[in-house]
Design a protein around this ligand. Structure first.
Ligand SMILES: NC(=O)c1ccc[n+]([C@@H]2O[C@H](COP(=O)([O-])OP(=O)(O)OC[C@H]3O[C@@H](n4cnc5c(N)ncnc54)[C@H](O)[C@@H]3O)[C@@H](O)[C@H]2O)c1
Length: 261
């Protein structure tokens, strides 16, 4: 039996960054629940049944609009947009990107802001606008505990102990904070048009990180472990479905209690 509260079957979703670790879990999980899912990602590749992958850079308005037109022509106006595409500095980022704040490169700041903030803004314009004209829709903007709170620089002490000057960079945090108020702005702007807009804030996802990092990180998580990627799907299904019909402008925090103490 399908619970009508959480039933999303027959609806259409766009998942940006859907080829990545979390996005691929959302795309597959939504398709398994009967949604037709379009992935917008700069990375392309094979995708499971029920999913179509479009080569879209979310900083490119024309590419977003072209793919959105194709989705709409084939399946209709999306019911769900998950703004999940995002950039962070990888653990092996160039030294200047993970060096002192004072010399963090302006170009890196712009690149991260372009994808994480402007990319979300552009997808909201292109797809949220169509949802509003249709009188319904749900947008999930993905943030991070590092957008809610400062990164804990102590977690990276093990890298400094190995002789590196490692500082968790600033741009990611600033970009993920911007998501919180883009969400609130749009939630109120489109509330009467039937489009709900919420933030999904996640803590660190398990991804085979170095043991030193895991030990330091897990010590700060009340639940005592990293987030497993499939555990983020429940919140996306909730926000996509009737179960969240009165939820808009909210921040759904899936952080194992990180922000509770
Ligand atoms: N992994 C974590 O620990 C964690 C924690 C909190 C929040 N998040 C957030 O969750 C989201 C997904 O993270 P992930 O860990 O799956 O990352 P990931 O790197 O595995 O996936 C990101 C995807 O976005 C795509 N992408 C990057 N730039 C793009 C662009 N310009 N246009 C279109 N697609 C682009 C990449 O190709 C990739 O497929 C991000 O917004 C991230 O900030 C992740």
């Amino acid at each position: 039996m399908t619970d009508p509260l959480f039933d999303v079957s027959g609806r259409v979703a766009v998942v940006t960054g859907g080829m990545g670790q979390l996005g691929s879990v959302y795309a597959a999980g939504l398709a398994e629940r009967g949604m037709r899912v379009a992935i917008f990602d700069v990375t392309t590749g094979r995708v499971p049944d029920g999913i179509r992958a479009f080569a879209v850079d979310v900083t490119d308005r024309a590419a977003i609009e072209e793919a959105a037109r194709e989705v709409q022509a084939e399946w209709g106006v999306p019911h769900l947009l998950v703004n999940n595409a995002g950039l962070d500095s990888p653990p092996d980022a160039p030294a200047e990107e993970v060096g002192p704040f004072e010399s963090y490169p302006e170009s890196s700041f712009d690149t991260v802001m372009d994808v994480n903030v402007q990319g979300t803004f552009l997808c909201c314009q292109a797809i949220g606008g169509a949802m509003a004209r249709e009188g319904r829709g749900s947008i999930v903007n993905v943030s991070s505990i590092y957008g809610l709170l400062s990164p804990v620089q102590d977690l990276y002490a093990f890298r400094r102990a190995e002789g590196e000057t490692f500082v968790k960079p600033v741009a990611y945090s600033v970009s993920k904070s911007a998501i919180l108020n883009l969400t609130r702005y749009l939630a109120t702007y489109w509330a009467k048009a039937g489009v709900r807009v919420n933030t999904l804030t996640l803590a660190g996802v398990w991804n085979d990180q170095p043991q030193d990092f895991l030990d330091a990180y897990i010590a700060r998580v009340p639940i005592g472990r990293m987030l497993e990627a499939p555990e983020a799907l429940g919140a996306v299904v909730f926000l996509a479905s009737e179960a969240s019909s009165y939820v808009t402008g909210a921040n759904v925090v899936v952080d194992g209690g990180w922000s509770a103490w």
